[in-house]
Design a protein around this ligand. Structure first.
Ligand code: AMP
Length: 210
């Protein structure tokens, strides 16, 4: 099963994707995580995209589509995959339709106030990438990852100016994908303004593992 998780930043796509990946045995492919790893390792790609990402803008369709095309060719995608954060523009969705039209698109619905509360309180582990939220899902020890003991940090693009810009970019460039996929009967809505364990229960009912 091939899934696209569509929704604004802070909708809970990454959290659900990590759980689904484990339960369904398919890879969780987050273009944001791939870019952040490239930035951390100071690769040529990372150097190119750092300023855009920190400001909350979008990396070009050309760079992003090439990266996803390469990733989907890997063996671990044969059984299926979850794309989290891709596509984010109509040209990206059109490109993906050519590479892999057999997809189920899950549209994460959540209101603006909750998005801001989630993003501004989000902390991420520097070592393993696990997400926390100091309000809704705090780690057992402040500043330390429960899973690996790594240090938790605030993403540069989770600062308030960037959050506002990312939401504008989402509304302008990504939200049109909802109709794009609805019109071709690939879209399923999910209420993600709830605890992630409840969202997972709904997801498993909608898409039973094969
Ligand atoms: P995310 O972790 O999905 O919130 O992504 C973090 C940042 O990476 C975004 O704000 C963009 O700057 C960049 N990014 C991730 N995925 C894409 C994409 N599909 N197209 C363009 N830029 C992206």
């Amino acid at each position: 099963m091939n899934f696209i998780f569509l929704g604004p930043p802070g909708a809970g796509k990454g959290t659900l994707a990590a759980q689904v990946a484990e339960e369904y045995g398919i890879p969780h492919i987050s273009t944001g995580d791939i870019f952040r790893a490239a930035i951390k390792n100071q690769t040529p790609l990372g150097v190119k995209v750092k300023a855009i990402i920190d400001a909350g803008g979008l990396v070009s369709d050309e760079i992003t589509c090439e990266l996803v095309d390469e990733r989907l060719k890997k063996d671990d995608c044969k059984k299926g995959f979850i794309l989290d954060g891709f596509p984010r523009t109509i040209p990206q969705a059109e490109a993906l339709e050519k590479i892999c039209p057999d997809v189920q698109v899950v549209n994460f619905e959540v209101n603006n106030d909750l998005i801001i509360a989630r993003l501004s309180n989000r902390r991420v582990c520097k070592s393993c990438g696990q997400n926390y939220n100091v309000k809704f899902l705090p780690p057992k020890t402040e500043g330390i990852c429960d899973k690996c003991g790594g240090e938790l940090y605030t993403r540069d693009d989770d600062k308030l100016e960037s959050i506002t810009h990312r939401l504008e970019v989402y509304r302008e460039q990504t939200e049109p994908l909802i109709n794009f996929y609805r019109n071709i009967n690939k879209l399923t809505d999910i209420d993600s303004a709830r605890d992630s364990s409840l969202v997972l229960v709904d997801f498993k009912k909608l898409f039973p593992a094969k």
